[in-house]
Ligand binder design. Structure first.
Ligand code: UDP
Ligand code: MG
Length: 153
């Protein structure tokens, strides 16, 4: 099984109509969507998700932000998906994210940043079960897998 990452279109991404755009970028890149849930993240889940940032000055703010309105929570799969998705997201805030990235193209906020993506395999293993059970994850073959992930040998 290939690497998995937790991707969340955060409340500002949903409110600003970027769910389709963000899904489209990952689809076109060739990642495989294996789970999705449209939900309002509870404060309890938000605290669990961002537990690594507990005690930092922005912790209460990010918990409030991500639980303030619905989010699109997804798991995407591909070999190397974690780093690739992080590159596609760009730096944490849009005001200094590179153009061509999701945050760089669609945000100039220093507080809201449209999207979450796991930053390591350990983070993905911790974050995915916060939102999904094993049964929610759908394993299947993509018809064009050979062309997407193949090597020329
Ligand atoms: N965050 C914030 N202020 C900061 C740093 C982070 O509000 O100074 C929020 C922001 O929503 C960010 C999240 O906390 O996406 C997690 O921070 P992290 O440094 O892990 O950034 P990311 O991995 O999302 O780029
Ligand atoms: Mg992070």
């Amino acid at each position: 099984m290939a690497e998995k990452t937790l991707i969340i279109v955060k409340p500002d991404g949903v409110q600003r109509h970027f769910v389709g755009e963000i899904i489209s970028r990952f689809e076109k890149k060739g990642f495989k969507l294996i789970a999705a849930k449209f939900m309002q993240i509870s404060e309890e889940l938000a605290r669990k998700h961002y537990a690594v940032h507990e005690g930092k000055p922005f912790f209460e703010g990010v918990v409030k932000y991500i639980s303030s309105s619905p989010s699109m929570v997804m798991v995407w799969e591909a070999e190397g998906v974690i780093d690739m998705a992080r590159k596609m997201m760009g730096a944490t805030f849009g005001y200094d994210a590179e153009s061509g990235t999701i945050r760089g193209d669609f945000s100039c906020s220093k507080g809201y940043n449209l999207i979450h993506g796991s930053d390591s395999p350990e983070s993905a293993d911790f974050e995915i079960p916060i939102y999904f059970t094993g049964e929610d994850i759908v394993e299947y073959d993509l018809a064009d897998e050979k062309w997407l992930y193949g090597k020329n040998d």
